[in-house]
Design a protein around this ligand. Structure first.
Ligand SMILES: [Zn+2]
Ligand SMILES: [Zn+2]
Length: 340
């Protein structure tokens, strides 16, 4: 990708600016427009007969020697510590990786993301105190997550025998058996699958809504000063996973919706049609925290600020909370024994 990363006014370095959604010069603060003639991302039809191809380009890559994650960029911005594990044990190389078809740019800046994270941490009951203090330091980092987004229709044909119990007038329990054989048609929009093991698809979906039906066509300028995670899952494998996961979800939802106590010989066959896909970057702020030599990850949705993660639990806090509850119960028992 040969595009100028230098400011036309002073030669300083240009980086993506969240507030203006354009480039800003780190030296003279000039705002330079990102020209994007395609604007909106169009998903491509996933046809089994045509070969699936993603375009490639060379990136500067940073391989983390501690956790094995790889991050790519197309500017001279240095990656100082790994956004996945926090270590500074990085090796710089060149790497060929896929060019995204589309991108959801960061819509909230780092400070707002940090505020959202602090609010989330203060709701975690047993989180150690220094964890909340740690969030005051600048531990968050904006990273683009490589993701496959899909939309498709499904038609599911299902059959089985539903069993329901009821109580007869004499008090005995009896059962009804009902054979069913039906077809269900659904239109899905916005299904997404992570292309990196550093964040699972369910965690990504747990971060709430991304406007994946309204993404921008990719321009390399959107990555200036930022990092994307390298792709580790190829499209063919992702497609297989999506078909399997969606089929399982549909099967489970149908069984739950039928209202039987039990279902025998359930059979559900789901077919996919008009399947479209795109390879995109989704914006996430990542933070790490080490507690008792274990690394915990936090993620903040770079579009709407939603937080997910697992906070370590302080054993002392849990112990004292338990002690407090035990004291109250002990007190009540004493009062009942004495005055009850
Ligand atoms: Zn400048
Ligand atoms: Zn790492």
């Amino acid at each position: 990708m040969v595009t100028s990363t230098q400011c036309p006014n002073c030669g300083g370095m240009l980086v993506f600016d969240v507030d203006s959604q354009n480039l800003i010069c780190t030296h003279c603060s000039s705002i330079i427009n990102i020209e994007n003639d395609k604007k909106k991302l169009e998903k491509k039809l996933l046809n089994e007969s045509s070969s699936i191809s993603l375009s490639e380009t060379e990136y500067t890559a940073y391989l983390c020697n501690t956790c094995g994650r790889e991050h790519v960029t197309n500017t001279d911005t240095e990656l100082l510590h790994c956004p996945s594990c926090g270590d500074a044990n990085l090796t710089k190389t060149n790497k060929i990786d896929y060019i995204p078809d589309g991108i959801e740019t960061f819509k909230i800046n780092k400070q707002s993301a940090l505020n959202k994270l602090k609010a989330w941490l203060s709701r975690q009951k047993f989180a150690p105190n220094n964890l909340k203090k740690q969030a005051k330091n600048d531990t968050l980092m904006g990273v683009y997550i490589p993701t496959y987004v899909y939309d498709f229709n499904t038609t599911s044909h299902y059959s089985g025998v539903g069993i329901k119990s009821y109580r007869r007038r004499n008090g005995n329990v009896s059962y009804t058996r009902q054979y069913f054989n039906k077809t269900k048609f659904d239109k899905f929009v916005d299904y997404m699958d992570s292309a990196t093991p550093s964040i699972s698809s369910s965690k990504l979906r747990g971060l709430g809504h991304f406007s994946t039906s309204n993404l921008l066509a990719y321009r390399p300028e959107y990555l200036y000063g930022l990092f994307g995670e390298a792709v580790k899952v190829n499209l063919q494998d992702s497609e297989k996973n999506v078909r399997r996961d969606v089929s399982n979800d549909i099967s489970r939802n149908i069984q739950n919706s039928l209202g039987f106590d039990r279902i025998e010989n359930f059979n559900c066959n789901t077919r996919f049609s008009d399947m479209k896909y795109a390879y995109v970057y989704l914006p996430i702020y990542k933070g790490t925290y080490k507690y008792n030599s274990k690394t915990y990850n936090y993620y903040v949705n770079g579009e709407n600020g939603r937080v997910t993660g697992s906070a370590p639990k302080s054993k002392w806090k849990m112990f004292f909370t338990f002690l407090g509850i035990a004291a109250v119960i002990g007190g009540i028992i004493y009062l009942i024994a004495r005055f009850g």
